[in-house]
Write a protein that binds this ligand. Structure first.
Ligand SMILES: NC(=O)c1ccc[n+]([C@@H]2O[C@H](COP(=O)([O-])OP(=O)(O)OC[C@H]3O[C@@H](n4cnc5c(N)ncnc54)[C@H](O)[C@@H]3O)[C@@H](O)[C@H]2O)c1
Length: 438
């Protein structure tokens, strides 16, 4: 509690009231009182992992390392990863107790389950997150918050409506050097910040090694491809379409822009105290790299997006061939740049000569740890759903601007596109297949 600012403390406490008000149980086990390491099984937070793939294992590992929680179940629709997930957890605990599910609805119906970690492709975020929240689960959800503006709003309102705790997978906030850079900016180390440059990766990485396998075939018998497609439009199976590389197909992901915006734009906002702010103008440049024809992948290879915020700050978002990867705040007295490798500044002495306001931002005990702490206190996490929504929203608006080839004027308070009904329609969730709905 020591490093919480008063504002954060009040906000966290407010979460407690919301949960209690709608009648969900508030877990305050003895471990919350500082007896970590001696947690009775009945007091442990029970969690389940949904989606193994690339991000499921590291997130699950972070749960396994916390003594006051227990991973009791996993869920995946591909038998291989599902079995691997179960084996990893059973091996860690030295038993066979972890239950493996194919159907997330069956899993969410478990009354003995407190929280879920969702690491599924973006086109599944909206439907699955709302279902988890409705079932009374606290959620560690992956970035970007969702696949469309409207699905993001649905998640934010479900978090409020059901009084749940949400932590975004924007884990850079829990890394010391990102916090120090943000604290320097918020302490005025570079004067008045007028521009922020956010550089994100370019092109299409081949994460699964199957990018070239675009020939349509029958899906493997052990893989439930129909459910993998879920709410997305039907498309014939090929290995290049699914695991890991789905993010380069706009029906399932949002290319590098939306894959990374929840990291570096999230940090840009945090350093500026702009967590709950949105742009008033968004304009994406359209050029020969915007619409690509590389087999089945159709997310832009390169992009440049100009945004303006109500406080006059301009944020530029671009692929790293145009802007250096990471977040660079530019003020009238210098600049600070931060990325995963570290931070630098226009004047190397800036971090020494500046008196950092070390209590300006929440000093995270670890991203998953913060989530678990907030489950107990019913407080607000370091990166709640609405903050994740604001981090990804400019990316969704950028795609609307890209698709229509014009600037978007936006009211960030009402969350409405102004004077452009055609653009406003594109904020809606894409039509969902079959019986899927939010
Ligand atoms: N925070 C980070 O640093 C970080 C890094 C990588 C990925 N991610 C995010 O994690 C999420 C997953 O990405 P990934 O790269 O791990 O994808 P992936 O394709 O590697 O893994 C997704 C897994 O989900 C399973 N799945 C799909 N639909 C399902 C359903 N309906 N029910 C149960 N399981 C289902 C798939 O079979 C697969 O095993 C994405 O939102 C991505 O943006 C975050």
């Amino acid at each position: 509690m020591k490093s919480l600012s008063r504002r954060q403390f009040i906000k966290r406490a407010a979460g407690t009231t919301a949960a209690a008000a709608i009648g969900f149980p508030t877990i305050i086990p003895s471990s919350a009182l500082g007896k970590a390491g001696t947690v009775a099984p009945s007091n442990r937070i029970t969690v389940a992992t949904v989606g193994w793939g690339m991000q499921g294992p590291p997130n699950t590992d972070n749960f396994l390392n916390e003594k006051d929680c227990r991973v009791i179940a996993v869920c995946d629709i591909d038998e291989g990863p599902k079995q691997q997930a179960k084996n990893t957890i059973d091996e860690f605990y030295g038993n066979k107790d972890c239950k493996a599910y194919h159907d997330y609805k069956e899993l969410f119906a478990r009354k003995d389950l407190d929280a879920v970690m969702l690491a599924v492709p973006d086109h599944w975020h909206g439907v699955m997150s709302v279902a988890a929240l409705k079932a009374g689960k606290d959620v560690y959800g992956e970035k970007p918050l969702a696949h469309s503006y409207e699905e993001q709003q649905a998640i934010v309102s479900a978090v409020k409506r059901y009084g749940r705790v949400w932590q975004m997978g924007s884990w850079q906030r829990s890394q010391r050097h990102f916090r120090i850079a943000c604290e320097a900016v918020s302490s005025g180390a570079i004067g008045n910040v007028h521009t922020i440059e956010v550089g994100l990766p370019k092109d299409h990485d081949d994460f699964s090694g199957m990018a070239k396998q675009t020939k349509f075939t029958e899906p493997p018998k052990t893989f439930d491809y129909e459910t993998w497609l879920g709410p997305a439009p039907y498309a014939p199976y090929c290995p290049a379409r699914t695991h890991m590389n789905w993010r380069w197909i706009m029906d399932y992901g949002g290319g590098q822009l939306l894959d990374w915006i929840g990291h570096h734009l999230d940090i840009a906002h945090w350093g500026m105290g702009m967590d709950y702010m949105g742009p008033t103008e968004v304009e994406a440049e359209v050029n020969k790299w915007t619409y690509v024809d590389s087999g089945i992948y159709n997310s832009p290879l390169r992009y440049f997006v100009h945004t303006k915020y109500p406080n006059g700050v301009k944020i530029k978002l671009a692929s790293n061939n145009y802007l250096k990867q990471g977040t660079k705040w530019i003020g009238d007295e210098g600049w600070i740049h931060v990325d995963r490798g570290g931070f630098e500044a226009s004047d190397p002495k800036i971090f020494k000569k500046t008196k950092l306001n070390e209590s300006a931002l929440f000093n995270s005990p670890g991203h998953m740890r913060d989530f678990l702490d907030c489950i107990k206190t019913r407080g607000t996490t370091l990166c709640p759903a609405e903050v994740g929504h604001r981090s990804a929203a400019p990316g969704h608006l950028a795609y609307i601007s890209m698709n229509l080839g014009r600037k978007i004027h936006f009211d960030p308070v009402k969350e409405e596109i102004l004077n452009d009904p055609q653009a406003a329609k594109l904020m809606k969730a894409p039509a969902m297949r079959g019986n899927y709905s939010l």
